[in-house]
Design a protein around this ligand. Structure first.
Ligand SMILES: N[C@@H](CCC(=O)N[C@@H](CS)C(=O)NCC(=O)O)C(=O)O
Length: 404
């Protein structure tokens, strides 16, 4: 998800002056926001009136296409430059997180976690929080993407679900995440991203970098965790975990964004090739290893999982990661199901929120705002089928005690 400035929004919502057939001038404000679609009949009527005024009853198709293409290309470049900062070659470059957790000094009794369900980075923190049994120690507020791409708080009104759903701000009662960031004593004007760990006593952002947060959840809160014995980053695997992260972060986690937000063909080609050659390599590795680092689930698996679980429903379509469907990878597919079936993980995967979050909010990539149907193979019942990953030969000490 990303921020799109209100400048762009007002650029897209011009006031149009039209002459009525009685000759008087009238102002029509179509009130098009970034994601709001006017009812088809209203927009169609408006479009018809404009074309009739300009060209009479029939608009030459060549002219229509070239005019719209020029206008759309310029608008798209403008929006993308705000949505997705890029280097001179058109390659997406993700901004660095502002609040890092080098040595956590916060009182661990006063922590609150802010997340959004569509976000893969926030998803990491929800999974580790669940596996470590930190739900009571670290309460959570779940933001929803607003129409301008920022995060806001709304209650979820829908049927009882087996998955996490959006909520109000339970810690600060703010209407949006920007206000929470701004309420810190020194104020804040930067990107209001999720995940964000908040100190309720000091009224301060503790951290807004997902990897720092999951490392902290894994080892820094064992005194209040209900599953303190689970170690997702044991000392003897730290080197291996780092090696995997060095490959998976740029080529897969951020790699899908580099495909989707590329602003030149060259930048897209490079990103998509690196993405799929890395997936090929991981799939091969997983033919003989249950998880990335052997028989033990680690933080590296959590990070890979949150990208895989969005792959076919979102990245394959919206971000043009089209070379292969994830489900064509035999080992990655079983691996994803294996992690999905670890108790409590499925409750962190809200596909409806994920699909809405990407297809309805990333306007420049999906201007019509139509949300495709979730692939059947990502339905809970299908993801819960046997994966047979547990029959792979065990090569070391196994960590099976995920949840107490
Ligand atoms: N490096 C950060 C990335 C977080 C991030 O980009 N979050 C997105 C949602 S997927 C966000 O909140 N964007 C809002 C914005 O850019 O204004 C992390 O890993 O925590």
């Amino acid at each position: 998800m990303a921020f799109i400035s209100t400048t762009v929004q007002s650029f897209l919502s011009p006031r149009i002056s039209l002459k009525t057939n009685r000759g008087s001038k009238t102002n029509i404000s179509p009130r098009l926001s970034l994601n709001e679609n006017p009812t088809p009949s209203t927009s169609k009527k408006l479009f018809n009136s404009i074309t009739k005024l300009l060209w009479g009853p029939s608009l030459p198709p060549g002219l229509l296409i070239s005019t719209v293409r020029t206008a759309w290309n310029s608008t798209w470049q403008l929006m993308m430059s705000q949505l997705a900062p890029s280097d001179p070659s058109g390659a997406y470059s993700r901004p660095a997180s502002r609040f890092r957790l080098t040595s956590p000094s916060s009182d661990t009794n006063n922590l609150h976690l802010y997340v959004g369900l569509p976000c893969p980075w926030a998803h990491r923190t929800l999974i580790v929080r669940a596996l470590k049994g930190l739900e009571d120690a670290v309460p959570v507020s779940i933001a929803s993407p607003g129409l301008d791409g920022s995060w806001e708080f709304r209650d979820f009104h829908g049927p009882e679900r087996e998955v996490l759903v959006p909520s109000r701000d339970r810690a600060n009662r703010c209407r949006n995440l920007r206000d929470v960031y701004r309420s810190r004593s020194e104020g804040y004007n930067g990107r209001a991203t999720v995940p964000m760990l908040w100190d309720m006593e000091k009224k301060e952002v503790v951290c807004n970098e997902s990897y720092d947060i999951i490392e902290f959840f894994n080892s820094g809160l064992n005194g209040s965790a209900s599953n303190p014995d689970l170690d997702l980053s044991p000392p003897w695997l730290k080197g291996k975990i780092e090696d995997w992260n060095r490959v998976i972060y740029p080529n897969v986690n951020n790699g899908v964004y580099r495909c989707g937000f590329a602003q030149s063909q060259e930048a897209y080609d490079a990103a998509v090739n690196e993405l799929f050659s890395t997936l090929d390599m991981i799939d091969d590795h997983l033919s003989g290893s249950r998880y990335l680092c052997g028989d033990t689930l680690t933080l590296a698996d959590v990070c890979l999982f949150t990208t895989l679980i969005r792959f076919d429903p979102v990245y394959s379509v919206l971000f043009k990661c089209t070379k292969k469907k994830l489900l064509e990878y035999t080992n990655l597919r079983g691996y994803m199901q294996d992690i999905y079936q670890i108790p409590k993980v499925a409750t962190t995967c809200n596909f409806s929120a994920i699909m809405d979050g990407y297809y309805k909010i990333l306007f420049p990539l999906n201007p019509g705002g139509i949300r495709p149907v979730t692939p059947m193979s990502y339905e809970h019942e299908v993801l819960s089928r046997p994966h047979n990953r547990d029959s792979l030969p065990v090569v070391g000490e196994s960590t099976r005690a995920y949840v107490s």
